[in-house]
Design a protein around this ligand. Structure first.
Ligand code: NAP
Length: 431
């Protein structure tokens, strides 16, 4: 049987699409749907938003129903509900009620899917509906479909990536312009790459939600989002890039997850990545996902991780998958099992100390590390800094991150520290 794209015509009546939330992504989705030629297999039928009157646009067909009443959209003849409100409430309630009514749902809401994806998928299955969330990770990069279908023949054991464009934008500004973290953040906000409240992005929670979804789809492991350790990028400074470059590396916010028998190792944190790694070449607001499979080795997916248009393409592609009848068979969380999660990866580490210089500092640090059975690999000190706030770096031989954390608790107490030390794992190019 021939398949159809969003713009190809089909003999069957077009499926009616209701958009909930007419913001950046919702309006971009509407624009794509309204640009489809007559006879396309999907068409925009409803737009729901609070105070919807101010959202009306002149380019939507006159028969589109604009509503601020979710109940009237739910009881309408719309076939597919596209949730683009974001956050947990009321999105969770609306998606639950739509699926319970047997309507298929497409969402870009990573928070919702990270927290409730398996339960919502099961609800969809029970009611003969589909739940698609391709836009919830890496925006326009079709990585969910790729892990679920394209690599279904492999046994994936690791997924990793640069999943937050805001962090990547800030880190690459620190690297290329030597600005402070505060200046880079203000620049990101002015350029529209960061929210007024940047917490979710810079402290890793946004990337963590995406990593949890990738872990389920790729590694078939369900882990609670709140149990995946997150480290903010707020401590990273331009000086860390000088030292990273000296070590043949750069710094990126890395989300990684690895399945080992009955346990998952996962974390979101700034990390040193070797210059020859594909992660090092992702700049600005781009995203990258790497998957590693037992049989097929490493596969990379990259592109625009956010933005109204690229995210809208992912949303409409999910709508098309439903129109083609492909989405219901996918059962995105099928075969995924709940597993305990730990952030205790073993790797080499970087520690940047900022000290009020005086004799005996290196010996004191070495002594604490030795007490915790951690071996120093190298010591790096760039000239030209004030003695009252002198940054220098110690790199460590491979050790579990939990062992280092215990040592850090002691190191932070040393009276010559003028800033909290900054630790990052030094990753290999395989990540
Ligand atoms: N923007 C991106 O690049 C991007 C990328 C990937 C995924 N996503 C995801 O896509 C979803 C939408 O993001 P967005 O950037 O389009 O957000 P947005 O611009 O803030 O749009 C949200 C829309 O929902 C409406 N809304 C909010 N709360 C509502 C409520 N209680 N009842 C009715 N309407 C409500 C808002 O109306 P008001 O105008 O009244 O606030 C607004 O029109 C989120 O889940 C986000 O994580 C976004």
């Amino acid at each position: 049987m021939a398949t159809t794209t969003a713009s190809e015509s089909s003999a069957a009546p077009a499926l009616k699409v209701a958009i909930l939330g007419f913001g950046t992504v919702g309006s971009a989705v509407a624009r794509i749907l309204c640009d489809l030629p007559a006879g396309a297999p999907i068409r925009l039928s409803h737009v729901f938003n609070r105070n919807v009157e101010r959202k009306r646009v002149d380019w939507a067909p006159a028969d589109v129903c604009w509503s601020s009443e979710f109940d009237s959209v739910l009881s309408s003849d719309a076939d597919i509900i596209v949730e683009l409100i974001g956050g947990m409430a009321p999105a969770h309630d609306y998606v639950t009620r739509a699926l319970s009514a047997g309507k298929s749902v497409v969402t870009a809401n990573k928070k919702l899917i990270a927290a409730h994806g398996p339960q919502l998928s099961e609800l969809a299955r029970k009611n003969g509906a589909a739940l698609c969330f391709g836009a919830s990770v890496a925006g326009g990069v079709p990585v969910i479909d790729a892990l679920q279908d394209g690599l279904a023949g492999d046994r994936l054991y690791r997924v990793s990536g640069i999943l937050n464009g805001t962090c990547n934008y800030i880190l690459t500004k620190l690297e290329s312009e030597g600005v402070t973290f505060a200046e880079a953040l203000t620049g990101a906000q002015a350029a529209g790459f960061a929210e007024a409240d940047p917490t979710d992005d810079v402290d890793g929670f946004d990337a963590r939600a995406k990593l949890v979804i990738l872990t389920r789809i790729g590694l078939k492991a369900i882990v609670p989002p709140e149990e995946v350790p997150c480290t903010s990028i707020r401590g990273v400074q331009a000086v860390d890039f000088l030292y990273a470059h000296e070590l043949g590396a750069t710094i990126r916010q890395i989300s990684r997850s690895e399945r080992k028998q009955s346990e998952v190792f996962a974390s979101v944190q700034p990390a040193l990545v070797p210059i020859e790694s594909p992660m090092a070449h992702i700049t600005g607001s781009l995203n990258l996902v790497l998957s590693s499979g037992r049989y097929g080795g490493q596969t990379a997916f990259s592109g625009h991780g956010a933005g109204g248009h690229s995210t809208a393409v992912a949303v409409v592609s999910d709508v098309v998958a439903i129109a083609r009848g492909r989405a219901k068979a996918q059962a995105p969380h099928a075969n995924a099992v709940s597993l305990p999660v730990s952030g205790n990866f073993e790797s080499k580490h970087y520690i940047r100390f900022t000290v009020n210089d005086r004799p005996g500092i290196v010996a004191a640090i070495a002594n604490v590390l030795a007490t915790h059975s951690i071996n120093i690999d190298a010591l790096l000190q760039k000239p030209g800094f004030d003695r009252e706030a002198l940054p220098f770096v110690v790199t460590l031989e491979a050790c579990p991150s939990a062992l280092l954390e215990a040592a850090m608790a002691d190191l932070r107490k040393l009276d010559f520290m003028v800033q909290p030390p900054v630790t990052m794992p030094i990753l290999t190019k395989e990540l």
